[in-house]
Ligand binder design. Structure first.
Ligand SMILES: Cc1ncc(C[n+]2csc(CCO)c2C)c(N)n1
Length: 203
């Protein structure tokens, strides 16, 4: 299994380099658990979803604590058949949910969001879950949307994606649960996500 993300921050301010560097500094505690490589367009993070999603959450929360409007684009992927197996990506949640029916997975996902840590940073997210290479992929997508509607972070459904709003802790836990508990444990699943904080449109 190979699990990872390409992550880009887009601060809407002339001191964008400082905002990006503030975000990247928040990754320090995760560097011993994840492979992290930054270039001029994005930062690659590879590793188990516990550290991976926490790292993306903290990267965005750190930049969102500054006053400027900032957005982030994330491509998450698990189980891509073209990527090499990486033992550091081992994930017990995926292994355990393998044989669980959809209703049990929805309930477990809700429990995890309820138990999420509170960061004190309000954010908006819109994302799409893609279950690849499966003929019954819509059952998993509708199951995931059911979970999202009861997650406490649901804002509204939109064409092609779902809007979430709330504390960064609960919102990123919702994303982690959507990523791990829907779509086959051994299958190829991706998420396309945009996050936003401090938007002047919401003032
Ligand atoms: C998370 C994240 N990683 C890398 C970049 C690409 N990037 C654009 S400007 C800049 C700082 C000066 O080189 C960097 C690293 C990004 N935007 N967000």
């Amino acid at each position: 299994m190979f699990i990872g993300a390409q992550v880009s921050l887009y601060p809407m301010t002339s001191d964008f380099v400082e905002v990006i560097e503030t975000g990247l500094e928040a990754l320090s505690p995760y560097r011993e658990h994840l492979r992290i490589e930054t270039d001029d367009m994005s930062t690659l993070m590879v590793g188990a979803p516990e550290a991976l999603i926490d790292a993306i959450r903290d990267l965005f929360a750190a930049s969102a604590r500054r006053p400027a409007h900032v957005t982030m684009h994330v491509t998450l992927s698990r189980g891509c058949p073209g990527e090499p197996d990486d033992p550091t990506c081992r994930c017990d949640t995926l292994i355990r949910s393998q044989d669980q029916p959809l209703d049990a997975r929805k309930a477990a996902a809700r429990d995890a969001v309820e138990a999420a840590s509170v960061l004190g940073v309000g954010i908006d997210v819109q994302f799409s879950l893609y279950v690849l290479g499966q003929s019954h992929h819509m059952d998993e997508i509708y199951g995931c949307i059911d979970f999202l509607k009861s997650s406490g972070t649901f804002l509204r459904s939109k064409n092609f994606c779902t809007r979430l709003r709330g504390d960064a802790g609960a919102v990123f836990e919702t994303i982690r649960q959507a990523f791990l508990r829907f779509g086959p444990a051994e299958g190829h699943v991706t998420i396309d996500l945009t996050a936003s904080a401090n938007s002047p449109s919401l003032r």
